[in-house]
Design a protein around this ligand. Structure first.
Ligand code: AMP
Ligand code: MG
Length: 336
């Protein structure tokens, strides 16, 4: 390890310190409402390349560019469809990322070689304050090592990146807990490439919504997917994760039976009492989204070998929870 990473609470001074580091081409972990982000000046390839290096992120997995006002959008894109304006008005700042044709300001490093760029305006007061103080947009993927569960607290970031980045701004626990909804526009329709806090149901008030196949179906090895991130194994603890397609007593009986014969087994149930092998990952999709990554990290901490997770609802924010779990579980679903 080269040095100790500084962790500072979000306030005026820490925002100024983060902005100064970012202006000097360093990378800084910042809180957002979705998950913690690992930020660099989106217009400076040197900083952006550092993000890929520090995370160990595949080069063809593009980054989301974060802005703090609508004024920052036009220079980054070639075109803004009318529906994007309507969605921005309703859902920005918030967990919605929209794909636009990119302008020349956006490098191939940021776009992963695509001709498009993903843009989001966060809601988090800390994220907005840092972007405003910088005056330039921030490219920021989740602030975890590639493949690991995304960080929802400053401590998670510290576990993964201590000694690799100069500063983490601590803004407390993320309120949404899963990454933003990523959408693109095609033939007047909204296509969800990655589900998140802004749901299909919410978007359907504005246009017809299609959910991309890769959200719930494992892409074939060489399949070209619209959202490159969907190709990779993701969000994985060291333990083997399995989704259990059962609810209530059928779920708890199955897990309790296995726990009698298997050591280091953890079961994440929706609203279950926390006893024996059971941990509660929340009775509603919103709570599940907030707790999921944290619990997957906790499973590692306590040395779990196997994690069994009650299948979530596939509607609302539940679709985002299901999508992340499928990747964490390498698409293993156990029928009970
Ligand atoms: P992360 O920064 O880890 O939340 O990942 C961002 C994800 O957004 C990527 O993995 C992609 O799946 C998606 N994304 C970013 N840029 C684009 C783009 N230009 N086209 C399609 N998907 C994108
Ligand atoms: Mg990520």
């Amino acid at each position: 390890m080269d040095y100790e990473t500084k962790v500072l609470p979000f306030d005026r001074e820490s925002v100024a310190e983060a902005a100064e580091l970012l202006a000097n081409r360093r990378i800084v972990a910042i809180p957002t409402e979705t998950v913690y982000g690992l930020a660099a000046n989106a217009l400076d390839d040197w900083g952006v390349k550092n993000i890929f290096r520090v995370k160990g992120r595949p080069q063809d997995n593009p980054l989301i560019v974060h802005i703090a006002s609508m004024k920052m959008l036009p220079p980054l894109v070639r075109e803004i469809p009318e529906i994007a304006n309507q969605l921005a008005e309703r859902f920005w700042g918030g967990p919605l990322t929209m794909i636009f044709p990119k302008s020349d300001l956006i490098s191939d490093t940021v776009s992963g070689g695509l001709d498009t760029v993903a843009i989001r305006m966060p809601e988090s007061e800390a994220a907005l304050a840092i972007i405003k103080k910088c005056g330039f947009p921030l490219a920021a993927p989740s602030a975890n090592l590639s493949g690991k569960p995304s960080p929802t607290t400053a401590m998670h970031v510290y576990e993964d990146l201590n000694g690799k980045i100069p500063l983490i701004i601590d803004g407390g626990e993320c309120s949404v807990g899963v990454e933003s909804t990523v959408i693109c526009f095609k033939d007047g329709k909204i296509r969800i490439l990655r589900p998140g806090g802004i749901t299909a149901e919410m978007l359907s008030k504005f246009a017809e919504v299609e959910v991309d196949r890769a959200v719930t179906v494992q892409p074939a090895k060489d399949e070209r997917v619209l959202s490159p991130g969907m190709k990779y194994k993701h969000y994985s603890p060291k333990a083997d994760v399995y989704i259990i397609n059962a609810h209530g007593a059928r779920f708890t009986d199955y897990c309790a039976k296995r726990a009698r014969f298997e050591q280091n087994l953890v079961a994440l149930g929706a609203g279950v009492p926390e006893e024996g092998c059971f941990m509660d990952y929340g009775a509603t999709p919103e709570i599940q989204a907030r707790r999921l990554f944290s619990l997957l990290r906790k499973a590692d901490e306590i040395g779990a070998k196997t994690v069994l997770v009650e299948i979530p609802e596939k509607s609302g924010v539940g679709l985002a929870v299901y999508n992340r779990l499928l990747r964490a579980a390498a698409f293993r679903i156990v029928e009970v």
